[in-house]
Write a protein that binds this ligand. Structure first.
Ligand code: T1G
Length: 702
């Protein structure tokens, strides 16, 4: 921490400059709010000071309340005694000077000021809903008065960050700092210019009028996305209060609505996910000297669905990327698919045509290896078979310059074996994208034993630089995400043998919060893909538990949406899954042939059969030293499989049930179903010691 106080008052002539200094993002940590109040009082008590500026040191204005403080029972300053209240009573004007971020309590402090200026690159927002709460510092009362109720509703319910130029248009800030001008100087000039303007333009003195219908309209528009969640609805109620109650009453209403949320399970889970997504970037056993290489010339090998999506990911973040394929037709098909993907986004209105053209122009199809020889990072995304991948890596090793990094998008294969065909195993790692690669945020960085630290650092940075969340996985069959998911994928089909139907299982998982049920997801991804994996595992392990029902569907050519039928039936050009009596009959036939006793299931049992099987596998992964932390596995489930974020993640959710209960249930299913339910050693240890999954200590990484 720096030796400067967390908040200080400096003087630029007759202007008092209040500076927050609480790295790394000037969160309102311990002493910050009190420091601001002390400086406000000191400046107001100094006749030589005519007006004030509030700004942040370092990289940002104020990034909001210290999230670590929520749920700890820490004392909150009472209404009337917070920074915003002292600003409201200030006899002198205050100008907020914003750079970096003004988020949550940061923007609320800025709205407590009389004027707001920002540098063009700054972003403002009230993202509290993303951590399961609502703006509790007057944001729900001031933003509707500043930008209008409709804009305030949209911003508060979405939590989005608004770039400064847009914030200017919305009336949230008054001026942009001219390009090249010094922000502090500009703010001091502004403060001097408004020093004698009276009455002081307090946001609270404005009125907020709304057509009452906008609140129900917003409730309707979020119904699907905000299922099972309370925070978004409380946000709407708080904004409604701004339009129907006097300011002080609205502030009270805001506080009551906030207090309903702070300690709710949803907020605890979302806070956990926030920090887990930051923890996942840390590789604790790597040398501090580890450094990510700067790369500027990526190449993708393989222009299939994944390769095309990966190339789009690079192009979406400004990289010129080269893409090649084994055949000219493959390359042409790949480019057509990329163009169609962008065109679909333009048709949907989520991408402007000129932006599509710019991104497309960054994707350069090339004929062969010699055309990528000068690239500094390559992502291989060819067919998921070692005998296809090895020749690619042999060629790359021959052609690429010696310090180029060679990454594989494999989803399960042994990367150390793949590295063995090159003379540079230290430069090989996995960069496993999730389909669709240009949409899904998870990038699983697979760490074969010979990968050098800088190679891992570069792969992790590659993800971040193209908008992904990078998470380290050990080099084991299925790595961490798919391996922990594999038992779930088996258990869901085994449930059918015992009397469930696909639509029953899917409903349970959708009610739990998944956007889609697992059988519908299977139909979307293609049932033939899963069959390939099962074949490979059976070849490697004769005791592998086969899934006759799933295999039969694939044998009949029912691959899912792409063949018009899979677990469900699909009408022409419609992706809606329709339960199919043919599948119900097939399930009954196979179950009879297998002699499986039929039973009925509660929703809870279906849910636990699927998720507990993965929790057990996640414990095996940790005890084998293939993952750094349980929360990394949670990040993978959130961003790779759509696990509902307001439940925190697979292991966080399991902690809500309790390790002992999870263990007892798995041990009982072990008695009933045999080996596949054998509890992992780590799970047993955690249960016996009463240690939570979150506090589990995985084995050292291997
Ligand atoms: N509290 C505590 N720690 C925070 C923090 C916060 N608000 N924001 C960031 N950090 C830590 C983070 O954990 C990481 O720590 C480091 O700072 C860098 O963060 C009353 C109730 C500002 C856009 O929700 O969105 O105000 O890993 O890696 O990518 O109404 O941080 O280094 O140990 O994310 O440059 C509302 C949350 C709070 C903003 C910067 N504010 N933060 O992104 O850095 S509630 C937020 C962010 C509130 C009031 C309410 C981002 C960022 P470590 P980073 P970044």
């Amino acid at each position: 921490m720096s030796d400067k106080p967390v908040v200080r008052l400096e003087k630029d002539g007759d202007i008092g400059v209040i500076i927050v200094n609480y790295p790394p993002v000037n969160a309102l940590g311990p002493g910050v709010a009190d420091g601001i109040i002390a400086c406000l009082n000191q400046a107001n008590g100094d006749p030589a000071i005519k007006a004030m500026v509030l700004m942040g040191d370092g990289r940002s204005f104020i990034a909001g309340a210290d999230i670590r403080g929520f749920g700890t029972g820490r004392k909150r300053a009472p209404l009337g005694e917070r920074t915003y209240d002292v600003m409201d009573r200030s006899p002198k004007p205050i100008v907020a000077a914003i750079h970096g971020f003004a988020l949550g309590g940061g923007l609320e402090n800025a709205m407590g000021c009389h004027y707001r200026i920002a540098v063009p690159s700054a972003k403002v927002g009230l993202p509290e809903v993303l951590i399961g709460i609502l703006p509790g510092g007057g944001g729900t009362q001031r933003l509707p008065r500043l930008a209008g109720p409709q804009v305030a509703l949209e911003m508060i319910v979405s939590g989005r960050h608004v770039p400064a130029p847009e914030a200017l248009k919305l009336g949230i800030i008054d001026e942009l700092v001219p390009a090249g001008a010094d922000m502090r100087e500009t703010a001091v000039k502004k403060a001097r210019a408004v020093a004698n303007i009276r009455p002081l333009p307090r946001v609270r003195d404005r009125a907020a009028h709304a057509d009452p219908g906008i609140f129900d309209a917003m409730r309707k528009s979020i119904a699907r996305r905000a299922r099972n969640q309370k925070a978004p609805y409380n946000c709407i109620l708080a904004v409604e209060a701004a339009c129907t109650l006097p300011f002080e009453d609205g502030m009270k209403r805001e506080q009551d609505l906030f207090l309903e949320l702070e300690n709710a399970d949803e907020a605890k889970a979302l806070r956990y996910a926030f920090f887990a997504e930051r923890e996942v970037a840390k590789l604790p056993d790597m040398p501090a000297s580890m450094k990510a290489a700067d790369f500027s010339k990526p190449a993708v090998i393989g222009a299939g669905t994944m390769g095309g999506g990966i190339a789009m990911s690079f192009a979406d973040f400004g990289y010129d990327v080269r893409i090649m394929d084994a055949t000219e037709e493959g390359l042409t098909r790949g480019m057509d698919r990329i163009r169609n993907n962008y065109a679909t986004s333009v048709k949907r209105g989520s991408l402007a045509q000129d932006e599509m053209d710019r991104r497309l122009a960054r994707i350069h199809p090339v004929a062969g290896y010699d055309d990528i020889a000068d690239c500094d990072v390559v992502v291989e995304a060819v067919f998921e078979r070692m005998d296809v991948k090895k020749p690619v890596f042999e060629q790359l090793d021959r052609v690429m310059n010696p310090d180029a990094f060679l990454f594989s998008n494999s989803s399960a294969l042994d990367l150390d074996d793949l590295a063995s065909v090159t003379k540079r195993p230290e430069k090989i790692a996995g960069t496993h994208f999730f389909s669709p690669a240009n949409v899904m945020k998870l990038l699983e960085v697979v760490r074969p034993p010979r990968a050098a630290p800088d190679t891992l650092a570069t792969a992790m940075a590659l993800g971040r630089r193209i908008g992904k969340i990078s998470a380290i996985a050990g080099n084991t069959d299925g790595f961490v995400a798919n391996r922990s998911r594999a038992p779930f994928n088996s258990e869901m089909v085994i449930l059918l043998e015992e009397g469930c139907l696909p639509e029953q299982v899917d409903k349970v998982m959708i009610d739990f919060g998944y956007p889609m049920g697992p059988f519908a997801v299977g139909d979307l991804a293609g049932l033939d893909i899963g069959a390939e994996g099962r074949k490979r595992r059976l070849a490697a392990n004769p005791n592998y538990r086969t899934l006759p029902i799933a295999d039969k569907l694939v044998e009949m050519g029912r691959f899912g949406q792409k063949t018009g039928a899979g677990w469900y039936r699909y009408d022409k050009s419609d992706r809606t899954p329709h339960p199919d009596p043919f599948v119900a009959d097939l399930i009954a036939q196979v179950a009879t042939q297998m002699g499986v006793r039929q039973k009925t299931f509660t929703d809870e049992e279906i849910l636990r059969r699927l998720l507990f099987s993965s929790i057990n596998e996640a414990c095996k992964i940790m005890e084998e030293g293939k993952a750094y932390r349980a929360s990394d596995i949670d990040v993978m489930w959130l961003h790779g499989f759509g696990f509902p974020r307001y439940r925190g993640g697979l292991m966080f959710w399991a902690d809500g049930i309790g390790v002992r209960d999870v263990y007892n249930q798995i041990a009982s299913w072990h008695q009933q179903y045999g080996e596949r339910w054998a509890p992992s050693a780590l799970l047993r240890q955690l249960a016996e010691s009463g240690t939570s999954f979150r506090d589990a200590k995985p084995a050292p990484f291997v």
